[in-house]
Design a protein around this ligand. Structure first.
Ligand code: ATP
Ligand code: MG
Length: 442
């Protein structure tokens, strides 16, 4: 992409109402624009990151055997009345009436709708297990939308819903999602810790939230330090393997404030006790027949008897993650994107647009990086160098190639690694190979 063709409305001033780094940088880098409280326009740069996160979440869900579908944003109130949640949900739910006075709502979650869908098709234990997910916008009329996309009113969520024949099978599905979540966050460059959590309005008995630690996090958390740096488990299939990962990660203490048990926490060695703040980036629930019972979502078991299907649901805050990743990866100059979600792989800065040699060298490397799939952003604008450097640092692409007539006379261009600030003077060919090799396996 050539910057002269792109829409990147970078702001010089820090918007006054943006109190945390991710919110500030997302506004300044032209990623989002607030349209009304907690409702955002995703500008091209922000949209690109959102899609990259969505893609990784999708790949890991597919690997874990979940099947993608799409449910509508607008739901009939009937499903919710059947489960008793229509009244229970409260003012966070946006209730709408159509022209025929029928009650609708903008979905804050989809347990009720999918249970209704499921019961109309599935009759036999032979059709189980099933795990269906979608990545869809939700609306919750939050009392206090804040921190930009982190606590929005309209936000993008991946939500999966599982159906199993009994509690044992359902727990295995829960473990599989648990492991998929660990792999997902690791690919996003995050250290997310699974913690015992409250089930809130979704309900149920077994529940974990995944939190990334950050001073600006809204949740208070307590955990064993060693959990924070545990690597991604990788992919597993068998019950024993999945259960082993689950047991390994849950044997060390980790709980959100609501589930915190001070006596139990005191048993963690003092130098391993971590009390911190965290951002909730995912939440998984096993709730058995909480919805299948009132909705009579039953299948015939092997013994010919009808049983309620046992269910779980599994949410990832896709749009919140854009902010969450920035909270955990930035410096005073701007964002530092992990390679896996960077909106562009590298930025090319032409120090003297209009200079024949500089233009030709930039054009050449732009073509070659594009052909190699790096998806570069070429700053071909006619701005001052200082302005170009600041803008490139702000938007946080992992690599910058700085190209100008002076360096070219000596046959070199400068490569800057955004995360460390390290600079290398390389020939254009070496610079190209360096960047391509850095993206191998990403
Ligand atoms: P919170 O405790 O932050 O209000 P929640 O527990 O109500 O979240 P869930 O119902 O578990 O949220 O939703 C699944 C995921 O969706 C959460 O883990 C979070 O990442 C994301 N999410 C929830 N509410 C919002 C919101 N208002 N804005 C952005 N993302 C959200
Ligand atoms: Mg939650």
């Amino acid at each position: 992409m050539r910057l002269s063709n792109y829409f990147l409305p970078v702001l010089k001033e820090t918007p006054a109402d943006a109190t945390i780094a991710s919110h500030r940088f997302m506004l300044r880098a032209g990623m989002v624009k607030q349209d009304s409280a907690g409702i955002y326009i995703w500008l091209p740069l922000g949209f690109k990151v959102l899609k990259k996160i969505e893609h990784i979440v999708r790949e890991e869900q597919n690997k874990a055997g979940a099947v993608e579908m799409l449910m509508p944003t607008i739901q009939s109130a009937n499903h919710w009345k059947e489960t008793g949640r229509y009244d229970a949900y409260g003012p966070e739910m946006l209730r709408i009436k159509d022209r025929g006075d029928r009650e609708l709502l903008y979905g804050p979650t989809n347990e009720d709708m999918i249970t209704d869908m499921f019961r109309s098709y599935v009759r036999s234990y032979k059709d189980l297990p099933q795990n269906l997910y979608h990545i869809q916008w939700k609306f919750r009329d939050e009392r206090r939308p804040r921190f930009g996309v982190m606590r929005g009113r309209e936000f993008l969520m991946k939500d999966a819903y599982s159906f199993d024949i009994d509690a044992d099978a359902a727990k295995l599905t829960y473990y599989r999602q648990f492991v998929a979540y660990l792999n997902t966050y690791a690919r996003l460059g995050l250290k997310a810790v699974p913690m015992r959590a409250d089930t809130g309005p979704i309900g149920g008995e077994l529940s974990h939230e995944f939190l990334i630690l950050a001073e600006t996090g809204e949740s208070e958390v307590f955990c064993h330090k060693d959990l924070v740096d545990m690597p991604a488990p990788g992919h597993f299939e068998t019950k024993d393997e999945l259960e082993a990962v689950f047991n390994e990660r849950t044997s060390l203490y980790a709980a959100t404030d609501e589930k915190h048990d001070a006596d139990e926490f005191a048993k963690v060695p003092a130098d391993k006790q971590l009390s911190a703040r965290g951002i909730e980036v995912g939440h998984i629930f096993y709730f058995g027949d909480k919805y299948s019972e009132p909705m009579k979502a039953q299948v015939t078991g092997a013994d010919g008897k009808n049983v309620n299907v046992m269910m779980g649901s599994y949410g990832v805050g896709v749009s919140r993650l854009v902010g969450g990743i920035i909270e955990s990866s930035h410096d005073e100059n701007g964002i530092i994107w992990p390679k896996s979600v960077a909106p562009f792989g590298a930025g090319i800065i032409n120090l003297k647009s209009g200079d024949t040699e500089a233009d030709a060298a930039c054009e050449d490397i732009y073509q070659k990086l594009s052909a190699a799939g790096i998806d570069p952003l070429y700053d071909d604008k006619d701005d001052r160098g200082g302005q170009k450097f600041a803008r490139m640092d702000l938007i946080g692409l992992p690599y910058q190639l700085v190209i100008g007539p002076r360096g070219l006379k000596e046959g070199i261009i400068e490569v800057k690694i955004r995360a460390t600030g390290e600079k290398k003077n390389l020939s254009p060919a070496d610079a190209l190979n360096f960047i391509i090799s850095e993206f191998e396996g990403v």
